[in-house]
Ligand binder design. Structure first.
Ligand code: ATP
Ligand code: MG
Length: 565
């Protein structure tokens, strides 16, 4: 097997694999796995792990990657999650082919291996209570004390373990522990639990079991049974590696994968703990796992993030051994860059101000169609025709009654270009009783069709517009970061992390006017609304049969500006 000299930057994991291949370790195989627990939806942190595991496999000839559900905790797991995880991995662009596995498929083997440990006097049934076990465990400075049940005979242990499986004991009454070293400086080695009693139905094995194997025990054996060569996991498992190796050293498995730890992805302005994301959902602080503000794969997808942008992000942040916090602006920039290449530019007025063009012909049928390319310098995107008429909408923010010098948009007596249309000059401002501007009167220069004056006169500003009678009126949702604090879930904020939810993370505009071509926009299709941002057709909601749009990301990073102020 050889390095495919991929486009991926090298990293310490690839270096380890390259060395292993040179030494013909694992007969030259590269076999990884992505092992989610089906107790929630995948998030951007998982995307890093997916890109790494599947990416590494792709980079080596013959390399393969399994998708394995680590489903040993029946109470929190559900088929809703196994389904969503598969769909998310696929959407991200990865293929596990026929290698879909479940740890629960190994329950019988895991049980037999545990009996082997007992027979080898490497495991025992302990009847201490949870509190007593904690007391016996000792601390970082003090060694632990052995349980009084530690030296039960093999026969007694086998009998008790069988009776655990048969349901003769209550939850918490006893457990199976590995017999390692109560004085080990590594707390994970102080006789860790191997099996505990849980009288819970499992989403795959039903009521077949009332004892369930622990993560540390299950994970290494599952890896070994599948012939994994490199077991990539996040840094918090570094202290568990001796245990990973210990179990495999005791048991008659043919393969001993190498566990390699890497730094997990932390993003500012974002929480990526499944427990916390779950809380946001169950407490209705967001509309669901797929709320476009959620850092979940389904949320990002609904917001308009593309698999390409997410993969690009994962590749740019790289893989290291040091915990860092990545600026969420880096992710947003990857999204901008990708959308810049792929989206058609369209006109949409989000906060409308009515403009009457007084010298434009009156009445029905007096509209014309103007040619407008979908991309200024990519003709392959084609073009559409924009209807123009006497009454149009422009963006409120494109008019100022008393504009400063550098404001190049519309003001009394000023002339601007309407994108793809004409020059117009503001001749009158109409206000309501509160003094609020509600309408502008303008004149247009019929000689400037297409946006250029034959006499060579220039205007500094170009603004977007839509024809009032032709526009698609629909709902547009402006999404922003869900948290307004850079570290919503730092230790300091552990109690009140939800108080940092950004009240402006979602603004619903009921009064947006979009160019008419968008009436047929398909679910999930992406656009640039000129001058306002990137938008995506919501995949769930429609308004009176019309598409509803989500803002994916603004054109520029307004948070960076704020920070610099
Ligand atoms: P959480 O801490 O939110 O409960 P988890 O780590 O328990 O997440 P798993 O389903 O066990 O979630 O994760 C599957 C894989 O994804 C694991 O290998 C885990 O290390 C990896 N992973 C989870 N979160 C991140 C992250 N933020 N960055 C990189 N990898 C991650
Ligand atoms: Mg986990």
């Amino acid at each position: 097997m050889s390095d495919n000299s991929s486009s991926e930057p090298s990293n310490f994991i690839r270096n380890i694999i390259n060395d292993d291949l040179k030494n013909n370790k694992n007969d030259g195989r590269v076999h990884t796995r992505f092992p989610p627990e089906p107790n929630g939806y995948l998030h951007i942190g998982h995307a890093k792990s997916i890109c790494l595991n599947f990416g590494v496999a792709q980079d080596y000839q013959g390399g393969i990657c399994n998708l394995r559900f680590d489903d040993t905790n029946p109470e929190k797991e559900d088929v809703e999650y196994t389904d969503s995880i598969q769909s998310d991995v696929e959407w991200l662009g990865f293929d596990w082919k026929d290698r879909l596995y479940f740890s629960s498929d190994y329950f019988e083997k895991l049980f037999e291996f545990a009996k082997q440990l007992i027979r080898d006097e490497k495991a025992y049934v302990d009847h201490l209570t949870a509190d007593e076990i904690r007391e016996h465990r000792g601390s970082l400075t003090e060694p632990g004390k052995p349980s009084p049940y530690r030296d039960r005979s093999v026969e007694e242990n086998l009998d008790l373990f069988d009776r655990m499986r048969a349901g003769e004991f209550a939850e918490g009454e006893c457990l199976l522990r590995a017999k390692i070293d109560m004085a080990s400086p590594n707390m994970n080695m102080r006789d860790p639990a191997v099996y505990r009693i849980k009288k819970a139905s499992h989403h795959r094995t039903g009521d077949d079991w009332c004892i369930y194997p622990m993560y540390d025990y299950t994970h290494c054996i599952s890896d070994a049974l599948e012939g994994i060569t490199h077991s990539l996991c996040t840094l918090e498992f570094e202290d568990h590696r001796p245990l990973y190796d210990w179990f495999l050293d005791q048991l008659p498995v043919k393969c001993h994968p190498q566990q390699i730890e890497f730094a997990r992805l932390n993003l500012n302005y974002t929480v990526t703990s499944k427990r916390k994301l779950n809380e946001l959902v169950t407490e209705d602080l967001v509309s669901g796992w797929d709320d476009p503000r959620m850092p979940t794969i389904v949320g990002m997808r609904r917001r308009g993030y593309t698999p390409e942008a997410i993969r690009d992000f994962c590749s740019r942040i790289g893989v290291t051994k040091t915990d860092t916090v990545i600026d969420v602006g880096v992710l947003e920039n990857c999204v901008r860059e990708d959308l810049d290449k792929r989206t058609r530019r369209v006109l949409a007025v989000l906060d409308p101000l009515k403009v009457v063009i007084e010298n434009y012909p009156e009445g029905e049928g007096e509209s014309e169609l103007l040619d407008a390319p979908y991309h200024p310098n990519d003709p392959s995107m084609g073009q559409r025709q924009l209807p123009f008429s006497k009454v149009i909408f422009i963006e409120k923010s494109d008019f100022m009654e008393d504009p400063p010098k550098k404001f190049f948009r519309l003001g009394p007596g000023r002339e601007v270009r309407l994108r793809y249309a004409y020059f117009i000059t503001c001749t009158d401002v109409i206000k309501n009783d509160d003094g609020e501007v509600i309408e502008l009167r303008c004149t247009y220069d019929s000689e400037t069709k297409g946006g250029n004056a034959p006499d060579g006169r220039k205007v500094k500003g170009t603004i977007h517009w839509v024809s009032a009678e032709h526009a698609l009126k629909t709902e547009v949702r402006l999404y922003d970061r869900l948290f307004n604090d850079a570290k919503p879930d730092s230790n300091k904020h552990e109690q009140d992390w939800k108080s940092f939810i950004n009240p402006e993370s979602m603004t619903v505009l009921q009064n947006a006017y979009l160019e008419p071509s968008l009436v047929d926009a398909e679910s999930e299709s992406l656009y640039q609304f000129e001058r306002t941002g990137y938008f995506c057709v919501d995949s769930k909601d429609r308004l009176d049969g019309k598409p509803v749009f989500n803002r994916t990301v603004t054109l520029r990073d307004s948070w960076a500006k704020q920070k610099n102020k």
